[in-house]
Design a protein around this ligand. Structure first.
Ligand SMILES: [Zn+2]
Ligand SMILES: [Zn+2]
Length: 109
């Protein structure tokens, strides 16, 4: 295992090429998880890296988390990307301003 996988394009079915590893930063800010391409990690930030695959035919890009990133993402989901609705208590996306279930307006904390 060298970490590269055989990936086929969903649209054209041709083998996608491994393009590059891209670092991503995750910053917690006002209760929002902010994803930033590249850069140097600062305090309280996590740097994850993703493998980018490119279809030579249609240009479609697929992104895969590497082992470390995958474990990290599994561990923090849903806690980091979801919050609970202030009214009905269901899990809703962190960035939601309105609950998709009961339409309650969410307070920004
Ligand atoms: Zn394609
Ligand atoms: Zn709700």
């Amino acid at each position: 295992m060298n970490g590269k996988k055989a990936v086929k394009c969903d649209s054209c079915g041709v083998a996608m090429h491994f393009a590059q590893k891209v670092p991503f930063r995750i910053m917690g800010q006002d209760g929002l998880a902010v994803w930033v391409f590249g850069g140097v990690a600062q305090l309280k930030e996590r740097t994850l890296s993703f493998d980018i695959y490119l279809c030579p035919k249609c240009g479609r890009i697929e992104m895969f988390a590497d082992d470390v990133s995958r474990r990290f993402l599994l561990k923090m989901t849903p806690g980091t990307f979801f919050k609970r609705c202030v009214k009905c208590g269901r899990e809703i996306p962190m960035a939601s301003e309105e609950c998709p279930h009961c339409e309650a307006t969410q307070k920004r904390s």
